[in-house]
Design a protein around this ligand. Sequence first.
Ligand code: BG6
Length: 484
Amino acid sequence: MSQMVDLIIFGGTGDLSTRKLLPALYQLHRDKLADRLHRIIATGRSKIDGETFHLEAQKNLQRFLPAADWDEAVWATFRERLCYVQLEAGQSKDYQTLTNLLDSSGAPGRLFYLATLPSLYGEICQQLQAAGAVNRESRVVLEKPLGHDLTSCQQINEQVAQVFDEEATFRIDHYLGKETVQNLLALRFGNALFHPMWNNTFISNVQITVAEDIGVAGRGSYYADTGALRDMVQNHLLQVLSLVAMEPPASLRAADIRDEKMKVLRCLEPITPANVKARTVRGRYAAGAVRGKAVKGFLEEEAFHDADNTETFVALEASINNWRWAGVPFYLRTGKRLTRRYSEIVIEYRRQPFSLFANDPQELTNKLVIHLQPEESISLHTVNKKPGLASKLRLKPVELHLTDESQEKHSSYDAYERLLLDALHGDQTLFMRRDEVETAWRWIDSIIEAWEENAIPVKSYNAGTMGPNAATALVAVDGFSWHE
Ligand code: BG6
């Protein structure tokens, strides 16, 4: 698809479109990066006219874009590219209207972005095909969650595959669009320095934390049925884990990178009823205070039914059974209403075999800390001599910052700009292949089954903390502690 592309967003007035997609498209338009993008057609169920849609879109852009990025002149031209089509997922005639619009466009490429309920993906694809909207230059982007378990995920994939080939199917995980996540490839394979030590001989454990300070307000009914394991670990944390753990790919082409990520996922040791208690911790926030502000507990936020078995926090120990990683625990943790919003990957190295320093504090290990957000940076934790005459050879911790200062100019981009651009250009590298998503679900299902079989309880933690105490114990029994 080297020509112009019409982008059609299903769920065009929904939360994702409002908060993420339209602001990202506006930024691409402003920076003249979306040279392939012809028109943006937002579809939705609301019976509103184009003028009302534009007014709403303008209001939302002003709300969700950083204030400095709003520009009337940019909006005036962006608006011309943006239109609205009312569409009910089950109404064939609405797809006909959409197809007529697409046929009159002059842009041969069509990128259908599905940001609705995933249970509708199959039907939308079939309706698009029946209406003649899918041409040879068409692609589809699928937002998460792709199912609730392996079976439902396979069902969605199967239905979509009846209309779109795998090469035309782009499964989004927005974590792969984050600058520092992509930088993992540069760090690992662009430097001679780290690679020789990237294995179980030198690394003692890896920690991946995605902490959020927000609760689930507004998305409560989705979240009550989903929980942190399905919402975050199945996709974002496992994608990050596979990039950290993968072997060097044959090339940077999508197929080669995805093959290597896939091998990691296949090597994840299933969690079983016998080890689930030792390997996982589930938590749910109770009332507390986040950054000095009192907040309600999860169950008090909305009128939940049957949500007392929903976890808003999960910590677990994953094992990757291959030559590189055997014996190295990968600790994953994520949760809502934690102390603050931050995501990081910590590579902790083994200690040197013998210490010459009398005051060598045992807790000073070398760590490579990759901060994904809110700040994007990499730091290497080392020790130096404590300066001065008073101490002869005493040690002190020193952090070396490997951050490229010029990166700051990209900081107003969110992950979606990169992913939208790649989808427009047909580059699948940062999207999940069907076998990856399904293999990730297989592993997650093993945990859920083990939880159910052992009736693993959801432990309470106070909002504003880093989860239940059991999460500290999870790593402490192996002689480690979470990097805070
Ligand atoms: C989404 C989850 O995929 O990622 C949300 O459904 C979560 O529950 C969000 O809040 C976190 O994304 P980010 O980019 O803010 O870390």
